[in-house]
Design a protein around this ligand. Structure first.
Ligand SMILES: [Zn+2]
Length: 293
């Protein structure tokens, strides 16, 4: 579809203007709401997309939309006043309900920076929780079907849902948010080829590291692998230390420039203070590096 075409041109991320002029059966169609929230084009009877805007501040909060105890994400109803009993009938909420009833695919635009979104699609609305004024979102068809099948084992449904949320939403969102924070450049060598860049974790998932910008650093493939192999470490003051035995080696330009050359340098940091690596997390990782070296 249209978004695949954008993605194939290297535009995994979109701005509202990129998706304001999509042509469908002779109609010009906007794909995303101009303000935050739910979007239903006039020619459709159901919602087409919804969005979650980027919030720079609660940077330690891993995700903008919470995962319920069942492993599924939630998306809040549109409301003017949270205590107004007529929220249920607002046209945006009815449009979402129609998409849910007919099992229609939707696009979830996730904010990665101000005005910049990562489209996640197709997603489905699996359920509604009126008491909490929210919809239950399935991020793939498998988790939609598993939830609807009454014979499904709840434990299995939960672990499947959690895995798909991680793979389809949290991991891509972490990568994009980290790369954007570092202006799509390696924080060590400043290489700017996005296809050669990764979002490295300071603390790994298995060590309790969360997929948040403050636990990530943009690195090229070489530096990411070298960081994970403890060839160098990054101290809580953002200075790089290269392992002693590697500093003593004699070899060609990659060793000299890419590895020995970064010793003592300060990494290039995001301009936005709230996006910089958390010194406490760096400290824990640095202690491990010093043990290894
Ligand atoms: Zn690099």
């Amino acid at each position: 579809m249209f978004l695949d075409a954008l993605a194939s041109r290297g535009l995994a991320l979109v701005r509202q203007t990129d998706v304001s002029d999509f042509s469908f059966q002779g109609h010009r169609l906007r794909l995303m709401a101009t303000q935050s929230g739910i979007w239903k084009p006039a020619i459709l009877s159901a919602a087409l997309s919804f969005n979650t805007v980027f919030a720079a501040d609660p940077s330690r909060r891993p995700y903008d939309d919470e995962v319920g105890p069942d492993g599924y994400l939630r998306y809040k109803w549109r409301y003017k006043d949270p205590n107004d009993p007529t929220n249920y009938d607002l046209s945006d909420n009815r449009a979402m309900r129609n998409a849910m009833r007919f099992g229609l695919p939707l696009i979830w635009f996730q904010g990665v920076d101000r005005g910049l979104y990562l489209p996640i699609y197709p997603v489905y609305l699996a359920d509604e929780e009126p008491a909490r004024q929210q919809f239950v979102v399935a991020v793939d068809e498998g988790s939609l079907e598993l939830r609807r099948d009454l014979a499904s084992d709840p434990k299995l449904v939960r672990s499947y849902a959690m895995r798909t949320v991680k793979e389809r939403l949290h991991q891509p969102l972490f990568r994009q948010r980290v790369l954007v924070a570092y202006d799509n450049r390696c924080s060590l060598c400043h290489l700017g080829h996005v296809e050669l860049l990764d979002a490295a974790h300071v603390l790994a998932d298995s060590e309790g590291g969360e997929p948040v910008v403050t636990n990530g650093i943009a690195m090229c493939k070489i530096h990411h692998a070298a960081y994970d192999a403890d060839i160098f470490g990054i101290a809580p003051n953002y200075r790089v230390g290269v392992r002693r035995d590697v500093m003593d080696e004699v070899d060609g330009p990659t060793l000299r420039y890419a590895l020995q050359g970064i010793h003592g340098q300060e990494i290039r940091l995001p301009r936005r203070r709230a996006s910089r690596p958390d010194p406490d997390l760096l400290e824990q990782r640095w202690a491990r590096f010093e043990e290894a070296g």
